[in-house]
Design a protein around this ligand. Structure first.
Ligand code: NAD
Ligand code: IPM
Ligand code: MN
Length: 347
């Protein structure tokens, strides 16, 4: 059996951590009947440099034909003033593939509590997932305008856009601890008032789950104050972006957090939640766990390969438990050292 994986390594640390993830996948499937064909394409700043476009036509066409997409990271100072920025390329890709849900899990294992900057008794037991709406809200709403004297963006959601992502969150909660927290700003925003109403309606389809609401400002505080109170968080595009980066403080680094983006029937995309980390790029010190775990999510969520996925996760956590850590977690292991240690565990 063959699976076509489109690889968008991107910019900054993207290519470094992508290399780690591909090595790990190759190791896990070295004696398997399954073959992955990794097909690399230009994307982000790399797309601008080579094709004058962050999302070249052939890259998008390849993504549409793929069995799954692995994405490293995009962006950087060099392209900040581009007509179409790498960030715009990423948003266009998500939109073109109709990837309306972005799953961002944060988990802190008992063996890695000491790596968190938060007190052990607070962070212990953290196992939450942010379900972020990915192709609506203020990221895409029209009109938008940037002038010299004035600028504006538009936050916009319709009922169907809210329903489909909230349903996804409830379905996930059914297989977890049956708790959904919907995060909004319904005390101020019209979009949030609609979000809350629709969420209440969807909740009726899932009587086995408990729904709560929280304003985003309070939720931002509580994620750090009492992270184990959270199970599934569902929220709009911008709030999900912010809260998921905030949640990375719990395990101690952005460098271990993966994500999965899904649409109705289209191909899924797997990427770390972090960016291209220009401050550490090119030094072989980036933490590749976020990308390796994104590949592991791909195995589970696109291909139902639970055993192989688990094997990769166990190997990553074991290596970290043994104290092989990259600089973001206070260690001295290089990206390639860490990757080699994970591969050894897969023997
Ligand atoms: P960032 O997420 O790239 O980095 C924030 C901090 O976390 C930095 O100190 C960085 O060194 C650290 N970090 C992130 N991932 C790491 C890893 N794997 N290992 C070790 N340290 C890691 O955010 P930023 O610096 O605000 O943005 C840099 C660029 O990335 C910008 O151009 C931004 O638009 C872009 N960006 C892209 C994505 C994406 O590709 N999905 C996501 C976020 C930001
Ligand atoms: C992310 C990033 C992107 C976002 C940017 C780079 C467009 O921060 O994937 O979290 O805001 O969605
Ligand atoms: Mn982000």
């Amino acid at each position: 059996m063959k699976k076509k994986i489109v690889v968008l390594a991107g910019d900054g640390i993207g290519p470094e951590i992508m290399n780690s993830a591909i090595q790990v996948l190759k190791k896990v499937f070295e004696n398997s009947y399954l073959r992955f064909d990794f097909e690399e394409h230009f994307f982000g700043g790399a797309g601008i440099d080579v094709k004058n476009d962050p999302l070249p036509e052939e890259t998008l066409a390849a993504c549409k034909q793929a069995d799954a997409i692995l994405l490293g990271a995009i962006g950087g100072h060099k392209w900040e003033t581009a007509v179409r920025t790498p960030e715009k390329g990423l948003l266009d890709l998500r939109k073109a593939l109709n990837l309306f849900v972005n799953v961002r899990p944060t988990f802190v294992s008992d063996a890695l509590l000491h790596l968190s900057p938060i007190k052990k008794e607070i962070v212990q037991g953290t196992d939450l997932v942010v379900i972020r709406e990915l192709i609506g809200g203020i990221y895409f709403g029209e009109p938008r305008y940037l002038g010299a004297e004035e600028a504006y963006d538009t936050n916009r959601y319709n009922v169907e856009e809210i329903k489909r992502v909230v349903r996804y969150a409830f379905e996930m909660a059914q297989n977890r601890r049956q708790h959904v927290l919907s995060v909004d700003k319904a005390n101020v925003l019209a979009t949030s008032k609609l979000w809350r109403k629709v969420t209440e309606e969807v909740a009726k389809e899932f009587p086995d789950c408990k729904l709560e609401h929280q304003y985003v400002d309070a939720a931002a505080m509580r994620i750090i104050q009492n992270p184990k109170a959270f199970d599934v968080i569902v929220t709009e595009n911008l709030f999900g972006d912010i809260l998921s980066d905030e949640a990375s403080v719990l395990p101690g680094t952005l460098g271990v957090l993966p994500s999965a983006s899904h649409g109705q029937e289209n191909v899924s995309l797997y990427e770390p939640i972090h960016g291209s980390a220009p401050d550490v790029a090119g030094k072989n010190i980036a933490n590749p766990v976020s990308m390796i775990l994104s590949a592991s999510l791909m195995l589970r969520e696109s291909f139902d390969m639970y055993e192989e996925s688990q094997k990769i996760e166990t190997a990553c956590f074991k290596v970290m438990e043994e104290g092989v850590l990259t600089k973001d977690l206070g260690g001295t292991a290089s990206t390639t050292d860490f990757t080699a240690a994970v591969i050894t565990k897969l023997n």
